[in-house]
Ligand binder design. Sequence first.
Ligand SMILES: [Zn+2]
Length: 282
Amino acid sequence: MIIGLPEALSYAEQHNIGLAAINTPFFEGLLGVIDVAERSDVPIILQFAQVHEPIVSIEDMGPAMVELAKRSSAPFVLHVDHGFDIDYIRKGLDIGFNSAMIDGSKLDYDENVRVTREVVELAGERGIGVEGEIGVMTGNENGDPDQGVADAALYTDPQVAADFVKATGVTALAASFGTVHGVYRRKPKLNYELIAQLREATGVPIVMHGGSGLEPREYQECIRHGVRKINYYTYSAKAAYDACLPLIEDPNVILFSNLARAARNAVAEDAQKFVDILKATA
Ligand SMILES: [Zn+2]
């Protein structure tokens, strides 16, 4: 079934857990995440990011995501991740997505407020939640290992974040407090106090991007301080890849479908661990 982002976030608040928000730009990943949702009791956010268009388009993958989520007994939010313009987000909503992130973080502050408000207005007409972003998060959603490092100068200022939420009316806020997209080259320096300050100042749940590769207790500390949605892609896609490697080297395996099944199982196993870690704070 499909539920709204606000509903999923308030479930997370009530139960003091974090929600897994997993990108599924390949079908086996989608199946694997749905397998996990059907044996868990928490909502899962299925995401499609605009930067994944070169892999598969939202027109092709989106309807499969929406249809399988509808058909399932488990609760899902269908979320457009890192939409860079309102047209792309509208496209996602027309397909059946019911939540969206507008990423105006590369724009200057006023322009970010303007485009984010536009999306909130569009969403409001359809009764759905919007995630905005303020601050700079380096790396990218493609697991690029040549990422930058989040240093203190890039951390989101709580007062700016509060003004931004007030000016835009977003449901949740992606902010910089030490995580980066992609694979961690060195240990991230998470600022838990800053998360608490952002949560307090903005009054909305905080979203973690670059949620791959932290230690379980690091996720749990972030959740305790106000993070409710944790975006996850790199390690999920890597789990699928790692599961395929030995099969590729096995001369007895000659069909891609064998890899597809291994990828689905690997994504499910990885996602199950992730969901369990995010629930362990309760
Ligand atoms: Zn992100």
